[in-house]
Design a protein around this ligand. Structure first.
Ligand SMILES: Nc1ncnc2c1ncn2[C@@H]1O[C@H](COP(=O)(O)OP(=O)(O)OP(=O)(O)O)[C@@H](O)[C@H]1O
Ligand SMILES: CCCCCCCCCCCCC/C=C/[C@@H](O)[C@H](CO)NC(=O)CCCCC
Ligand SMILES: [Ca+2]
Length: 543
């Protein structure tokens, strides 16, 4: 379609057949949508529909089959020309599906004009991926990764003309190591089929590779890391799928495949974790010490149980009721507008994350004037904790639909540090139950939450170790107490759970890197508006 005078974008309006009737079909470039409406008077008219061009998956010339040709007597005598538009249809609970609509006409030229106009518009969607590198973990979650990809995802990628190189992993770290070897720059993105652990592997491979290629030393905890612009897509096939759920709103392979196809982009904060100037890991979801660290450690021995292992170990860990002594020092995140106690959650187009993006761009412009983190104040808290959870995002997942910190932001450059102090089993249970319902998780005297940009943790044990006051008898006593659930004192350390993997060190230094990477995702959309918009009975909505 050519531009109209004054730079206005054109409209293509035709009367096309849809089913047995003739519909007025409009391709409105100005509004960026394809709309079809029943031209009969409002009382007799059927539904009016539209789909944003950005959510059209593909368009194909179509041979009308016998069933489809049951469209009226006279048309049976004439040769009909048809095309099918495949598009994203939004269902409840953030679920996306691929739907299609077939239009027909007798004029071959008109049909081709429509196909060409739609294809041209799709070509103009520059953020869509054309070539993807796909890693499948065949052993994640319920071991369905390969089947999910082949049956649900690959057909959609092929419909959208996306070409793929697929690697089925053969061992842990296969994907990560591979990303240091392949020419990643020829791909528009990397897709991981698996759970949070598989995502973590791919993220470590990509971020690590970019830092290596840019000459950045990951072991330096103060290094300004280079942003990774190669997007990652997650096809959920794991046990928790928290990163997928928290960034899309549902853990559903078809929905995620469609987010990838339409080329959405969701920046993501990443925390770096160091110990004594040595890089340990990156984290995007949960860094948990105490309760979530102990669950993970126990559950690793029960991998054969699949996703059920977390229920088993969760119950066991709850009964053990261990608390841990240590010191936390943190730097509050003063740059961000929000607070962990906000009622609003991070949603598509979140203005708090946008503000952080602007600040980041300004920082990049005049990096000389950048704040030195070392200069900003540190706050120190000592205590006995049942759980220390630092989350970069809400950590919503099917087990906890609002997550551990419902108001945490995906891309604001901060993490929410949640400290659950020693309390009774009953109180801790009340706290855990609030992970699963609408009640305020932070409204307990034994729970504190801070929005931070960095923090450090040292366990009492490591402090004692450092000052050489540790003796073997004390170590043994620690072991002894762990074996007696009634005695909850703990002289041994817990383990850090870093996005579902254990860390070897209990003393860690954590720094949030604002929007270090990007996902193929749109963020979580506000529900009601979207559902209403796609099928309107009011013609005014379309005009
Ligand atoms: N072929 C493989 N064999 C064994 N382990 C693998 C293989 N491919 C990947 N892995 C490892 O398996 C671990 C877990 O995988 P994944 O995250 O996909 O599933 P999960 O642990 O069930 O899900 P979640 O992380 O959501 O709890 C990852 O850390 C990854 O390194
Ligand atoms: C009596 C009711 C009590 C119910 C309590 C339910 C609480 C569920 C909270 C779930 C929080 C998940 C946080 C996400 C962590 C992921 O980075 C990580 C990797 O996948 N998963 C786990 O560590 C797995 C952690 C699984 C914990 C169960
Ligand atoms: Ca964040």
């Amino acid at each position: 379609m050519e531009r109209l005078p004054g730079g206005r974008r054109p409209r293509l309006v035709s009367s096309l057949g849809l089913g047995r009737r003739s519909w007025e079909v409009t391709l409105d470039e100005e509004r960026g949508r394809l709309a079809w409406r029943d031209p009969r008077p409002p009382r007799r008219a059927g539904e009016n529909c539209f789909v944003p061009i950005s959510e059209i998956i593909s368009v194909e010339e179509t041979e009308l089959n016998k069933k489809q040709r049951n469209i009226g007597k006279w048309q049976k005598m004439t040769k009909l020309h048809a095309f099918t538009v495949y598009y994203v249809k939004k269902a409840r609970n953030h679920r996306w599906r691929c739907s299609d609509v077939t239009f027909w006409c007798v004029d071959e030229h008109l049909c081709n004009q429509w196909i060409q106009a739609l294809k041209e518009l799709l070509e103009m969607q520059k953020s869509r991926p054309k070539q993807l590198l796909v890693y499948i973990n065949p052993y994640g979650g319920k071991r369905q990764g390969k089947r999910i990809y082949e049956q649900k995802v690959a057909p959609l990628f092929s419909l959208a003309s996306i070409s793929t190189d697929v690697v089925i992993t053969e061992h842990a770290n296969h994907a990560k190591d591979n990303l240091f070897e392949v020419n990643i720059y020829k791909y528009d993105g990397v897709v991981c089929v698996g759970g949070d652990g598989m995502f973590s592997e791919v993220m470590h491979g990509l971020i690590g590779r970019i830092q290596k290629d840019s000459g950045i030393d990951q072991n330096n905890p103060k290094a300004s890391l280079v942003q990774c612009n190669i997007r990652i897509g997650i096809i959920p096939a794991g046990s928790t799928d928290c990163i997928c759920y928290s960034t899309v709103g549902i853990s559903d392979p078809v929905t995620s495949a469609l987010h990838i196809i339409v080329g959405d982009c969701q920046p993501l904060d990443v925390s770096s974790v160091h110990h004594n100037n040595m890089f340990l890991k990156y984290s995007v979801s949960l860094l948990g010490y105490g309760f979530y660290g102990d669950i993970l450690k126990d559950s690793e021995k029960k991998r054969w149980m699949g996703p059920m292992r977390y229920d088993y170990s969760g119950f066991k860990t709850f009964l053990s009721h261990h608390y841990y002594e240590g010191t936390i020092a943190y730097q509050p995140a003063k740059h961000t507008l929000g607070s962990p106690r906000d009622k609003d959650s991070c949603r598509t187009g979140c203005y708090i994350c946008k503000k952080s993006e602007q600040q980041l761009a300004e920082q990049h412009k005049d990096c000389g004037l950048k704040h030195e983190e070392g200069e900003e104040e540190w706050k120190v808290i000592k205590g006995k904790f049942l759980a220390i959870n630092a989350v970069n995002m809400s950590c919503a997942c099917p087990r906890s639909p609002k997550g551990l910190s419902p108001a945490a932001h995906l891309a604001d450059g901060s993490a929410d540090l949640i400290l659950v102090r020693k309390c009774s089993r009953f109180d801790f249970l009340r706290y855990l139950v609030r992970h699963t319902n609408q009640d305020d998780q932070f409204d307990f005297p034994f729970v504190d939450v801070y929005r931070v940009k960095s923090f450090q943790f040292t366990s009492k044990l490591s402090e004692d170790n450092e000052s050489n006051v540790m003796d073997i008898g004390k170590k043994r006593f620690g072991q002894f107490c762990r074996d007696h659930p009634a005695c909850c004192c703990n002289i041994v350390n817990s383990t850090w759970n870093c996005d579902g993997e254990t860390l070897d060190s209990s003393a860690i230094e954590v720094r949030v890197h604002c929007q270090l990477m990007k996902l193929f995702a749109r963020g979580i959309e506000e529900n009601c508006k979207d559902e209403a918009a796609y099928s309107q009975n009011s013609a005014e909505q379309l005009l």
